[in-house]
Design a protein around this ligand. Structure first.
Ligand SMILES: N[C@@H](CCC(=O)N[C@@H](CS)C(=O)NCC(=O)O)C(=O)O
Length: 262
């Protein structure tokens, strides 16, 4: 269950980023939620790189870029802004892509942090810890249409986070100008809506999406034949080693002649 708060987009007359923003975060972190809320309010889209605890895919990248494992961490490739600290990120986003004014619910200091913690308390830590999975990282990021305060979107984001699946987040809060686009793409305005360009699958309904994610990238994943070959001979893959030709087979001339007679 999640509190029905701040479910709107300001759709401010804002500048839109040319290249997508990149947010390193995890779903259960209240500071990350504050940033996702302002992203929804500003009607921005963002690449999410999930960094749950013990995550091995994107956490190391954050340490490399900023020097420590702390979340949220925002990268804006349009301006080279890179930063930790939710309040600094929020200020940057409203100044760069909004009207410069921090929305009241996000400007109340510890009260804001406390209210952003409630959904995670109610969800008992889902979206905090990475889940071990045999599935390799998908080649292309998934695409999720969502808005921050929807409880159905939340459970999908939690699962994407636990499985460390990168995805493009299209925020379509009430009032978003992108709702029309969603209608054109999907036939109706309903969230969550997931598109997986790796498999060509697309779907509504949080329960169907969870089943799909578990089967494709989670516990239900079974390695494909190519993955098994890779496991057997990692060096051949890594160094592009071409296996040596086998010893030429000595063919008995007589046998060959015999066989030609047949
Ligand atoms: N003052 C920081 C606090 C950020 C923070 O404490 N984040 C926690 C997660 S909620 C964190 O990164 N912990 C380290 C970890 O998860 O490994 C902010 O507002 O961004």
């Amino acid at each position: 269950m999640e509190l029905p708060v701040r479910e709107f987009s300001e759709t401010l007359p804002s500048v839109k980023p040319k290249k997508p923003l990149e947010l390193y975060e995890f779903e259960a972190c209240p500071f990350c939620r504050k940033v996702r809320e302002v992203i929804s309010m500003l009607d921005l889209d963002v690449m999410i790189y999930p960094c749950p605890r013990d995550g091995d895919r994107f956490r190391p990248q954050v340490v490399e870029m900023g020097g420590k494992a702390q979340f949220p961490y925002l990268v804006d490739p349009n301006t080279d802004f890179k930063s930790y600290e939710s309040d600094k990120i929020i200020k940057y986003l409203v100044q760069t892509y909004g009207d410069g004014i921090i929305p009241l619910p996000l400007s109340l200091g510890p009260l804001t942090t406390a209210s952003a913690s409630i959904p995670s308390l109610l969800r008992n830590g889902r979206g905090r810890q990475a889940e071990k999975s045999l599935a390799p990282q998908p080649e292309l990021p998934l695409r999720l249409w969502s808005f921050e305060s929807s409880p159905y979107c939340r459970i999908v984001r939690e699962r994407l986070c636990e499985l460390q699946i990168p995805y493009q987040l299209f925020t379509v809060a009430r009032g978003s100008r992108k709702r029309e686009e969603l209608k054109e793409i999907a036939g109706k305005v309903q969230v969550p809506y997931l598109v997986d360009p790796n498999t060509g699958k697309s779907m509504f309904e949080s329960s169907s999406i969870l089943d799909y994610l578990n089967d494709t990238y989670g516990k239900g994943y079974s390695p494909k034949v190519e993955d098994k070959v890779e496991e057997v001979s990692p060096r051949a893959v890594e160094f592009n080693v071409v296996p040596e030709d086998p010893e030429p087979v000595k063919v008995d001339a007589e046998v060959l002649e015999d066989s030609e007679d047949i």
